[in-house]
Design a protein around this ligand. Structure first.
Ligand SMILES: C[S@@+](CC[C@H](N)C(=O)[O-])C[C@H]1O[C@@H](n2cnc3c(N)ncnc32)[C@H](O)[C@@H]1O
Length: 197
């Protein structure tokens, strides 16, 4: 989906996501020493808010200016920098972030391994990569605009990591929160890895 399509999707409703932080972010990062985080495809800002509340400085980036306006008015803190960017076309700065968090971020397969590396390389030595996606096995896509097969799953990102990473978590996890339309959500696929120093 392009920028205007994301903007359109956000305009369809006053609020799309719950406003709450994603469960895997809370589970994996609670108690972690804060630093500088990149929230990739931050949407309406629920994760950026949680990170800021837990001492992180956050660059919260999204392609949709509609989402970002909404996020910035809901999450008013100097700890978050809101950034409108197409992160496939303009990858984040290399080696800058102590945490790169990709929560249900639709990274197109068409971006290729180089597209994935753009995110991996943004993690500082010793930093953490956290990728969460839907486990679509046996589930119909919940939005006709999305074919999950067109996007990287956490498993495919794990395959690209190589030997300079330590994988701490790579597993499916039951997701309690329903989808925005009220349907039961597929399980989460959670990948957490630390970049070697
Ligand atoms: C499924 S939503 C997830 C939002 C948020 N992470 C959450 O968990 O609630 C995906 C988000 O990625 C953003 N996005 C899609 N393609 C992008 C791109 N190329 N660069 C930056 N953001 C993008 C969308 O605008 C959308 O807000």
């Amino acid at each position: 989906m392009r920028e205007n399509e994301w903007d359109e999707l956000y305009r369809e409703r006053g609020q799309i996501w719950s406003g709450l932080p994603n469960a895997a972010l809370v589970a994996e990062m609670t108690g972690h020493a804060p630093g500088l985080a990149l929230d990739v495809g931050c949407g309406e800002g629920g994760d950026a808010r949680w990170l800021a509340e837990h001492g992180w400085e956050v660059v919260a980036a999204d392609i949709s200016s509609v989402a970002l306006e909404r996020a910035a008015s809901a999450v008013q803190t100097g700890a978050v920098t809101w950034l409108q960017a197409d992160l496939v076309a303009s990858p984040p700065e290399r080696g800058r972030f102590d945490l790169v968090s990709m929560q249900y971020y639709p990274l197109p397969l068409a971006a290729g391994e180089e597209g994935v590396r753009g995110f991996l390389d943004a993690v500082a030595p010793g930093g953490t990569l956290l990728v969460v996606g839907h486990d679509m096995a046996g589930h119909e896509p919940h939005d006709a605009r999305f074919n999950p097969a067109d996007y990287y799953a956490p498993r495919q990102i794990a395959e690209i990591l190589g030997d300079k990473w330590t994988v701490l978590v790579h597993e499916p996890r039951r997701r309690e929160r329903a989808l925005p339309d009220g349907r039961e959500a597929p399980a989460d696929l959670v990948l957490k890895a630390v970049r070697d120093n």
